[in-house]
Design a protein around this ligand. Structure first.
Ligand SMILES: [Zn+2]
Length: 137
C-alpha cells in the first residue's frame, strides 16, 4: 500500500500513484504531453547546434576584429616612435648612412631605375611596398 504521494513530472501536481511501479505522471494525458514536448525538444536539437556554430562564427569574427585593432595600435605606435625619433634628433649624413645600413633588410636597391638628378638612388621599401629615394654620399 502506497501512502506516499508522487509529484507529476509534467504538471507538478501531487498524486497518489495507482501502480506501484515507476510512475512519473498523474495521468495519461500528462504522460503523453510530456512525451510530445520531449520529442519536439529532440527535433529542435539540430537547430540548437547550428545556433552554437553561428555563435562560434561571431566569436571568430570578433577575434579577427581584436587582431586588426591590435595591428592598428602597433602601426600607430611604430609611426609615433619613428616620428618622435626624427623630430628629436636632426638626422646627420652619418645617421642616414647608418639608417640605410641598418635597414638593409627593408630597402632593396632598384638597379634598373636611374640615379636621380640630385644623386639619390632608388630603393624598394619592403614595408610600404613602394619606391623610395635615398641619397648616399
Ligand atoms: Zn500531471
Amino acid at each position: 500500500m502506497e501512502s506516499y504521494l508522487y509529484t507529476c513530472q509534467y504538471c507538478s501536481k501531487e498524486y497518489k500513484p495507482n501502480r506501484r511501479k515507476k510512475q512519473k505522471y498523474c495521468s495519461n494525458s500528462c504522460r503523453v504531453r510530456s512525451f510530445k514536448i520531449r520529442n519536439t525538444q529532440t527535433k529542435n536539437l539540430p537547430v540548437k547546434v547550428s545556433q552554437d556554430s553561428e555563435k562560434l562564427k561571431i566569436e571568430k569574427m570578433s577575434f579577427a576584429g581584436i587582431g586588426n585593432a591590435a595591428l592598428g595600435t602597433l602601426a600607430v605606435n611604430l609611426a609615433t616612435n619613428l616620428l618622435s625619433n626624427d623630430e628629436n634628433k636632426p638626422a646627420t649624413k652619418k645617421d642616414l648612412k647608418n639608417l640605410i645600413t641598418s635597414l638593409k633588410q627593408r630597402y632593396y636597391p632598384i638597379l634598373n631605375i636611374p640615379v636621380r638628378r640630385d644623386g639619390a638612388k632608388a630603393y624598394f621599401d619592403m614595408e610600404s611596398k613602394s619606391l623610395v629615394y635615398f641619397k648616399q654620399k
